[in-house]
Design a protein around this ligand. Structure first.
Ligand SMILES: Nc1ncnc2c1ncn2[C@@H]1O[C@H](COP(=O)(O)OP(=O)(O)O)[C@@H](O)[C@H]1O
Ligand SMILES: [Mg+2]
Length: 278
């Protein structure tokens, strides 16, 4: 096994309750939400690591601890063996700009900038000259199939196209890790399939480490090298698609597959057995 690019060690995160509300003469106490409970995991270079679970299970919180947008309450996150808690603010900013990119469900594009300038933004911040950043942004936009709309503004594009811009913007700085939080969840099913295919094609060409959050098991199976399943702030199972389908660790995991066509992976497991049996 190579060295993990990201390692999560005994991470806990709870959100403190809003201040107790006074209700007549009593103060109604609210308890803290344990969003993450003792999370341990390793993510390896070049894999698509998918985090899947129901809404509220802690996926976004976990994803955001990976670049310390949410620092854990307890535990440690390491990037290439380096503890993130030890970084200075300047190092943390550099890490987020250069090493660990992020793509959001809501696109988060700049309305007043052209598509080209949206994509070139990260390079601009890094001090790359105008000509070079425009060239690199144009090349990246061509890779995501948007070479023809570089001078458009975001509002002139469909949701799927806007998310391609979001993807290009994250990729143009050439990060080693890309965090994606429900990045395709707002898109129509057909566009969503196209985006999944695009992501896999880009991954073929240039293997990055992707950490992809979704609540959709079908999407998880389509994209994941390995899948981590979260339930109420805990990791209940981490494994390959075949592994999880053929040996679900809990009834919750099994329940997740109801209605999903898993025959492709079951077949793969059967073949694996044939190959591996002496
Ligand atoms: N900023 C916050 N303040 C208080 N509670 C939060 C906050 N963010 C998330 N939570 C709670 O933490 C739990 C996990 O949330 P989240 O990580 O967003 O889950 P998911 O992404 O799987 O939907 C939920 O119970 C949610 O209500
Ligand atoms: Mg979320």
């Amino acid at each position: 096994m190579p060295q993990p690019i990201i390692e999560v060690r005994e991470v806990f995160k709870s959100y403190s309750p809003p201040a107790g509300k006074r209700f007549f003469f009593r103060t109604v106490k609210k308890t803290a939400v344990n969003a993450l409970t003792n999370i341990n995991l390793q993510i390896y270079p070049g894999e698509i690591f998918v985090i899947v679970g129901l809404s509220g299970s802690g996926k976004s919180t976990l994803l955001r601890t990976l670049n310390f947008l949410i620092p854990p309450g307890k535990g440690e996150v390491l990037f290439q063996g380096q503890a993130l808690s030890a970084l200075s603010s300047a190092e943390m900013i550099a890490l987020r700009r250069q090493q660990i990119g992020m793509v959001f469900q809501s696109f988060a594009l700049f309305d007043e900038r052209t598509v080209l300038d949206n994509v070139a933004f990260g390079l601009e911040v890094a001090g790359t000259g105008r000509e070079e950043r425009h060239l690199r942004a144009k090349i990246m936009l061509e890779k995501v199939g948007l070479g023809h709309v570089v001078s458009h503004y975001p509002h002139q594009l469909s949701g799927g196209m806007q998310q391609r811009v979001g993807l290009a913007r994250a990729l143009v700085v050439n990060p080693s890790v890309l965090l994606m939080d429900e990045a395709f969840s707002a898109l129509d099913p057909i566009i969503r399939r196209e985006m999944q295919a695009l992501l896999l094609a880009l991954q073929e060409e240039h293997k990055r480490t992707l950490v992809f959050v979704t609540h959709d098991m079908e999407e998880a199976l389509r994209l994941g090298t390995r899948i981590a399943i979260m339930e109420e702030g805990k990791l209940v199972q981490v494994g390959s698609p075949e592994n999880i389908i053929n040996a679900p660790a809990t009834p919750y995991v099994r329940h997740f597959f109801s209605g999903v066509d898993t025959s492709r992976w079951q077949l793969a497991e059967t073949y694996a057995e044939v190959w591996n049996t002496p």
